[in-house]
Ligand binder design. Structure first.
Ligand SMILES: Nc1ncnc2c1ncn2[C@@H]1O[C@H](COP(=O)(O)OP(=O)(O)O)[C@@H](O)[C@H]1O
Ligand SMILES: Nc1ccn([C@@H]2O[C@H](COP(=O)(O)OP(=O)(O)O)[C@@H](O)[C@H]2O)c(=O)n1
Length: 300
């Protein structure tokens, strides 16, 4: 299918002109700007479903590397595309099912204990051909190669097809008012994060956010996260120092910004949000409040 036709279908699937479709929030931005953590928390607060599109590109990269295919060789593009088309990728986000946590405000959150906060954070597990690869896809090796994989046009089409299928399942479940503990059937809306969500995947999203943060701040946060998750430099080529992490993020951003197809770009109608001096809770509050504001306008 041609890229243009595919995107047209995707938009139709997610963006009919009627208000029966779920409210869509598109979050884009550079690496480690806080997209996925913020998106999950926004989804939890609002009872929306969540799709991490970066996880799809990471899965394809992990699968290619596992098969000994080097993504930095352009001649391997066909092999990587064939892999992308056949892989079965599933995301499972576990949300707190307590309805009151959807309405929690910053002051509630600040008064909660650390353990209780951690307990309430949603988590996403990623399954590749039914195997849990949530940690495998976050290694330094995968991060180093993922931008090359994401620059291959037919790989992007294969990923979009998979994202669209998941989104369509969400829409169907939401239309049927099915609410259960699965990430697939949370009513009312969808939050998706990535690099081209506001520009290509959900061009008619009800709210587009372009999340940025100073690259030094991003590197500090990413390094902390890698250490917390037990990154092991002996089995991974992660260089666990600030300078190397910052250089890796900046190189990936440059590749993502300058690729020909669906580059990382702020949508013209996106709201800018710089998280450098915000807490996670503050950035979530800002987005949740904006969703409430836009929804109340839509009702009137
Ligand atoms: N405002 C913030 N203050 C402190 N840490 C943050 C903030 N926003 C995000 N983080 C942390 O930064 C790291 C990177 O965020 P993440 O959501 O993974 O970014 P992205 O999805 O854009 O790569 C995570 O460990 C996250 O918890
Ligand atoms: N919509 C998307 C999402 C991710 N990607 C690619 O996938 C990579 C990994 O995305 P990610 O969101 O997991 O990366 P982090 O920002 O979490 O480090 C990005 O660097 C992009 O190359 C993309 O091209 N388009």
């Amino acid at each position: 299918m041609s890229s243009k036709r595919f995107v047209t279908q995707l938009c139709r699937g997610f963006s009919s002109a009627t208000r029966t479709r779920p409210f869509q929030v598109a979050i884009d931005g550079p690496a480690a700007s806080g997209k996925s953590t913020t998106a999950k928390m926004v989804a939890q607060r609002l009872g929306f479903s969540y799709i991490d599109t970066g996880a799809f590109y990471r899965c394809v990269t992990f699968a290619a590397l596992s098969e000994g295919i080097d993504p930095s060789h352009l001649s391997n593009a066909d092999k990587i595309t064939a892999l992308a088309e056949k892989l079965d990728i599933e995301l499972q986000t576990v949300f707190s099912e307590k309805p009151d946590s959807y309405n929690r405000t910053t002051s509630d959150w600040n008064s909660a204990s650390d353990a209780s906060r951690q307990h309430q954070l949603p988590t996403t597990r990623v399954f590749l051909d039914s195997k849990d690869v949530s940690s495998d896809i976050r290694t330094g090796t995968v991060s180093k190669h993922v931008s090359a994989v994401a620059a291959i046009g037919p790989v992007r089409e294969a990923v979009l097809q998979k994202v669209r299928n998941i989104g369509a399942t969400d829409v169907e479940a939401q239309t049927n008012n099915g609410i259960n503990s699965s990430a697939r059937s949370r009513a009312a809306g969808l939050v998706m994060d990535g690099r081209d969500i506001g520009t290509v995947v959900l061009p008619l999203a009800d709210l587009k956010v372009f999340l940025v943060a100073d690259s030094h701040v991003r590197a500090k946060r990413r390094l902390q996260e890698l250490v917390k998750n037990g990154a092991d430099p002996s089995i991974d080529d992660t260089h666990l120092n600030l300078h190397a992490v910052q250089a890796d993020l900046e190189l990936r951003d440059e590749m993502d910004r300058t690729r020909k197809i669906s580059p990382l770009r702020r949508a013209v109608d996106a709201m800018d949000l710089d998280t450098s001096n915000l807490t996670l809770e503050q950035q979530v509050d800002i987005i949740v409040q904006e969703v409430h504001r836009r929804r109340s306008h839509q009702k009137t």
